[in-house]
Design a binder for this molecule. Structure first.
Ligand SMILES: Cc1cc2nc3c(=O)[nH]c(=O)nc-3n(C[C@H](O)[C@H](O)[C@H](O)COP(=O)(O)OP(=O)(O)OC[C@H]3O[C@@H](n4cnc5c(N)ncnc54)[C@H](O)[C@@H]3O)c2cc1C
Length: 262
């Protein structure tokens, strides 16, 4: 899965003790940016759009569909949680989980899906959805109430990241993507923990975005109604960090926690 750029990791993957400082030296965002797998890391190799297929073309309100990587990646990078849909026999499952886009792929923790993957070396078909809710749209009629949102649907085959060194590299990138700087401070996974962690990788080759912005759209006669209409914006805002009671008060709150921004 990680054809290039993992040599250093492979050489380093000796023991946790030997490995931790070496990984630490890679540091925050930079290290995440040079992380593994990373389909089409050389941007020239990847088209700027993900052309819609029969499966990903937005049908309803099709003008809200977007297929350029910039729009899709922006939504993915703002999200924390994805919902992973997959079928076991004829039973669909949709599981929420943390994820991070790294290069041209999504990485997410796999639980149930990873069990299936043990018997499917070429991957399992999944549908991964990420939704950002930007506002409640209050129209004059109940029927025309809506939400402002940005969402992405990605289809494809997810594969299990199996090699411990690849897993570690993915976890490093994953952590740094969500909280840049945290990897260096926290204890890194040991071999047992790595074994207990399943990570799945989905290349972003078939995906769509759908974006609703703006005011309510009422039926023409309803604009005369004496009803308040507009948008209630919704924002996900980090609060002040709450220190764990068991955390030594002498340890200062790190900047990446105190000033956390996404
Ligand atoms: C917070 C939120 C609230 C919504 N509320 C409503 C609602 O009340 N009523 C309603 O009809 N719709 C709602 N939608 C839109 C809904 O997600 C679907 O887009 C819609 O129901 C069906 O569209 P379609 O016919 O194109 O879908 P389908 O034919 O089911 O989908 C075809 C393809 O279009 C793409 N697609 C469809 N929807 C999305 C999406 N949201 N994001 C990215 N790609 C997409 C996918 O690739 C999919 O495979 C909401 C979306 C969000 C995020």
């Amino acid at each position: 899965m990680f054809p290039q750029g993992v040599v250093a990791y492979r050489q380093l993957f000796l023991t946790h003790a030997a490995l931790a400082p070496a990984i630490n030296q890679m540091g925050g965002r930079e290290a995440a940016g040079s992380a593994p797998c990373f389909y089409g890391e050389k941007r020239g190799a990847v088209p700027e759009t993900v052309p819609p297929t029969e499966r990903t073309r937005v049908v309803r309100e099709s003008h809200r569909g977007a297929y350029d990587r910039e729009s899709i990646y922006k939504i993915l990078d703002e999200g924390y949680v994805c919902h992973v849909g997959f079928a076991v026999d004829v039973q669909p499952y949709v599981i929420p989980t943390l994820f991070a886009r790294i290069g041209d792929a999504i990485y997410f923790h796999g639980s149930a899906a990873s069990r299936m993957l043990r018997n499917a070396s070429d991957g399992i078909p999944v549908c991964v959805t990420v939704t950002l809710t930007d506002g409640l749209v209050l129209a004059r009629s109940v029927f025309n109430h809506s939400m402002n949102y940005r969402s992405v649907v990605a289809l494809g085959k997810a594969t299990l990241v199996e090699q411990p060194e690849d897993k570690l590299e993915a976890l490093h990138a994953f952590t740094e993507k969500i909280i840049p700087g945290r990897w260096n401070d926290a204890r890194q996974p040991n071999e047992k923990e790595l074994k207990a962690t399943s990570i799945l990788c989905l290349p972003l080759t078939e995906a769509s975005a759908k974006i609703r912005v703006g005011p309510p759209e009422d039926d023409a006669p309803d604009y005369a109604l004496p009803v308040w209409a507009g948008v209630i914006p919704l924002h996900l805002t980090p609060g002040t960090p709450i220190r764990d009671k068991k955390c030594d008060p002498a340890i200062p709150t790190p900047g990446y926690a105190a000033d956390y921004r996404r």
